[in-house]
Design a protein around this ligand. Structure first.
Ligand SMILES: [Zn+2]
Length: 141
């Protein structure tokens, strides 16, 4: 652990640990929300919008599907040694109804389709630059 926390991917989420939010964007023509952010052109097939504004997304949602990985992914993924199985959940955001993938904090306990989860920040790995932080989903007790 380090005193310095840096986002593992820049601009995809806020670094407010008490209330982290994913950052997507919204088409200024049709209002469709995207995560990851849309660029160049709106992905709504019936819209020709090309301008977007950043929006912070719901930090709660419900598990739409999930899986548990029992094998270490290849590099550049940084696995703990020894490898520990981890779960990945596809979560439907409460307001936007977008489905956003993320690792699950705290293992698979309580993880099931329909379970309510909240967004948390978690350290992926630490190096000389500090703690590299990503978002994870955590089952709401
Ligand atoms: Zn649009």
């Amino acid at each position: 652990m380090s005193d310095v926390k840096v986002p593992a991917v820049e601009g995809w989420f806020t670094m407010d640990e008490a209330n982290p939010r994913l950052v997507g964007n919204k088409c200024t023509s049709c209002g469709t929300v995207f995560f990851p952010k849309a660029s160049i052109a709106c992905r709504n097939p019936s819209c020709d919008g090309t301008s977007f504004e950043d929006v912070e997304l719901s930090n709660r949602g419900r598990v739409w599907s999930y899986t548990t990985n029992h094998y270490a992914p290849p590099a550049p993924y940084v696995s703990p040694d020894p490898f520990e199985p981890y779960s990945v959940a596809a979560v439907e955001l409460a307001d936007e109804k977008l489905v956003v993938l993320g690792q699950v904090e705290g293992g698979a306990d309580g993880l099931k389709v329909g379970a309510e989860v909240e967004l948390v920040l978690s350290t992926l790995f630490t190096d000389d630059a500090g703690d590299h932080v990503v978002w994870k989903w955590k089952v709401v007790a």
